[in-house]
Design a protein around this ligand. Structure first.
Ligand code: XMP
Length: 319
């Protein structure tokens, strides 16, 4: 019979004991886990926490600003924002293979994070938003029990060269518990109950080679879809929903002319554990509105499709 308030109190005491008067570094992604760690550590050790937020150019619309607004502006957390869009897009240039793209994004993240960390003096600890299922998963991976299908980069593998001690205050908690902690810590509800977003971000939602033009179009399309899901009361009835950029040109008629433009796919699923998933049976009226808005408001898109594939065999992401 624990309460979020009790866990927070316990963890604050534990963190203070572990860290003393030394400094802690945290990679803040804007996801639930790292956000809750940031809020918790800020409460525990205040200015001894420095967060690094890497904008890789593959984030959703306004995501970077929201993170800065919530943490730096409202909560007074020390956050260094690194604008690394050009670096990431440069490294991804010419690469179309999904797993190679994941590796590039993961490795570049580590490089950027390491470089930032090296500039901060006197850091002894690295905080991570590891939660209980991550602990289980990586233990299974080490004993070879888990078949590693995708190279997720948000667990493990972080700066081992940095010789930092780990601070992992969520290690014993499940996701729903982490969310309750987040609410108790005063994080915005929308941040705490947001759909999961993969580490490689839009990088795996732009099929094939990633280009800035594609990412900009996809960000707009995704924002329209998510906004309309909220408006229709469907966002929280789905487990994950997003737009995908298909780098193919399809025909559209405008006036007397034929235009060949990009295609956007919409994906929305219902799932408990993300291992299996059913495509969400969204109302036709909602799909119609989203489709009309995407085609009318975004230059360069002439067609919208809805993904009606279940997992398995189709995965939730398209790459
Ligand atoms: P799939 O596409 O495998 O996705 O059905 C299952 C869940 O995992 C997320 N996902 C990722 N998360 N790095 C991440 O951090 C990745 O490379 C990655 N690939 C998929 C996906 O968004 C879904 O929630």
């Amino acid at each position: 019979n624990w309460t979020p308030a009790q866990i927070i109190e316990d963890q604050i005491a534990r963190v203070r004991e572990q860290v003393g008067n030394r400094h802690v570094l945290l990679g803040l992604s804007g996801g639930v886990d790292s956000s809750v760690v940031a809020a918790l550590l800020h409460k525990a050790i205040g200015d001894q926490l420095t967060c690094v937020f890497v904008d890789n150019g593959l984030l959703r619309k306004a995501e970077g600003d929201q993170v800065m607004e919530t943490f730096a502006k409202h909560m007074g957390v020390k956050v260094i924002r690194v604008d690394a869009e050009d670096l990431f897009l440069g490294k991804l240039k010419g690469e179309a293979e999904p797993e190679a793209k994941r590796k590039i994004i993961g490795n570049t993240f580590i490089d950027v994070f390491d470089a930032e960390a090296a500039k901060i003096e006197g850091v002894d600890f690295l905080a991570q938003g590891t939660i209980y299922p991550d602990v289980i998963e990586s233990a299974a991976a080490k004993t070879g029990k888990a078949h590693v299908i995708k190279s997720h980069h948000n667990v493990g593998g972080l700066p081992e060269t940095m010789k930092l001690k780990l601070v992992e205050p969520l290690r014993e908690l499940f996701k729903d518990e982490v969310r309750k902690l987040g609410v108790e810590l005063g994080l915005p509800y929308d941040m705490v109950y947001r759909h999961p977003f993969p580490g490689p971000g839009l990088g795996v939602r732009i099929l094939g080679e990633v280009k800035k033009e594609y990412a900009d179009i996809l960000r707009e399309a995704d924002a329209i879809f998510i906004e309309e899901l909220h408006n229709a009361g469907w966002y929280h009835k789905t487990s994950q929903a997003f737009a995908v950029f298909l780098p193919v040109k399809s025909v559209g008629v405008v006036g007397d002319g034929r235009r060949y433009e990009w295609v956007i796919a919409l994906r929305a699923v219902e799932t408990i554990d993300f291992m299996t998933a059913r495509w969400a049976h969204l109302p036709y009226e909602l799909l119609e509105k989203v489709s009309n808005r995407i085609i009318n408001e975004i230059t360069g898109v002439s067609r919208v499709t809805y993904d009606v594939s279940s997992k398995p065999p189709a995965t939730i992401e398209w790459e």
